[in-house]
Design a protein around this ligand. Sequence first.
Ligand code: FAD
Length: 417
Amino acid sequence: MLNSRVAVLGAGMVGVATALELQSLGAQVTLMDRRNPGQETSYGNAGVIARSSLMPFNHPQLWKSLPALLRNNTAALRYSKVFMLRNMGWGLSYLRHATHSAFQETTAALDALIRLSTAEHQRLLRETGQAQRLRDNGWIFLYRSHAAFDSGQLGRDTMAHFGVRTQVLDARALSDLEPVLHHDLFPKALWVQDTYSVDSPGQVTAGYARAFAARGGSICTRALRTLQRNGEGWDVLDDSGQASYFDQVVVALGPWSKQFMGTLGVNVPMAFERGYHMHYAPGAGPARLQRPVYDTGGAYVLSPMEQGLRLSTGVELNDCDAAPKPVQLELAEVAARQALPLGERLEAAPWMGRRPTLPDCRPIIGAMPGRRGLWLAFGHQHVGFSTGTGTAKLLGALMTGQATPIDARPFRAERFL
Ligand SMILES: Cc1cc2nc3c(=O)[nH]c(=O)nc-3n(C[C@H](O)[C@H](O)[C@H](O)COP(=O)(O)OP(=O)(O)OC[C@H]3O[C@@H](n4cnc5c(N)ncnc54)[C@H](O)[C@@H]3O)c2cc1C
């Protein structure tokens, strides 16, 4: 049992799930955020709970595609040259991890975390009355040529190695599964069956936070500035300078964790893989998309959401809070209109989010070295909506000194801090 007052900073999926877990372990938990729960990165993602998302972007074959990516004109990856020059250390470390041994370690770690997380989401969605938001019909990777399909062999081998169920589809089988797609554009596709998705990741996060509050948890809306040691515990200081005392603190501020840890003199090697989304009305015709699809050639994911069809983009490496540059969304929209009938845009401006990414593409989950009572849970890159729940389970075990449900070592802060 955890008989202490704990502040969880950040009410995205990672913070909310952590607050729920620590509460269930007996702690008196306060969840703190400047916004209501689930309104930032955990709102705007593609909503996929993907057993297949094991491959870090810096897999060993990155070297082959690097020259094309460095041209800085693809829909999959754009980067700010100024950002990359200022973050050269991160970039070099990221590339240094594009090796077979790092790949094996990361894929095994993410597989364990995602399996744990998926089971936890199923439980929490049931407990919070949101089971109807969960689809269990997988997602589909679309390939615009046979050569493109062949180049995805490492991904398929990795999924096979970890027992992820998949089925290769030709154009006709794809059309049977998703009649809305212009299947002639996609001679090959891969249906990843072991994958779930939700119709509103923001609502799921908010629903978990409501359950936390209903079970006696406290939610506090405050912009936070820093922490100060106070005896055995910590003062959390907000922007007005007001201090609140807690025995233990969990930093789960997603992409803003880097800036916040900087106020404590800790340099977190995190980059921001920014991405955009826009909702669209369904196009003409009776057929509707049944599950998320990832058009590998168009470099976008299209997910059916309660707001409409959510088109989300690839990666833009840039400062966390630099002005939006939604060029990739324009490209993705053109590509998506080739793939299926897409109606009008439903919002005036695209949404922008940031995937918080550490050089080995694994989050930090565990104790902050040398600062007793300070715990870290951030850096969940492309899979934080999926893995917030497993993160919570792992951190709960670490904080209570219990046996951990999965190996905690690949996630420890000492890798970088
Ligand atoms: C385009 C896109 C698509 C994605 N698709 C998927 C997907 O399909 N599946 C998947 O698993 N993941 C996906 N991701 C990744 C996933 O969304 C993130 O990894 C995850 O949401 C991170 O959650 P978090 O709780 O760490 O951060 P967040 O959800 O960003 O939460 C951090 C919280 O901290 C608060 N905060 C920050 N600074 C302060 C401060 N100073 N004071 C107070 N509060 C503060 C913010 O308000 C915010 O609520 C996607 C990401 C993007 C950008």
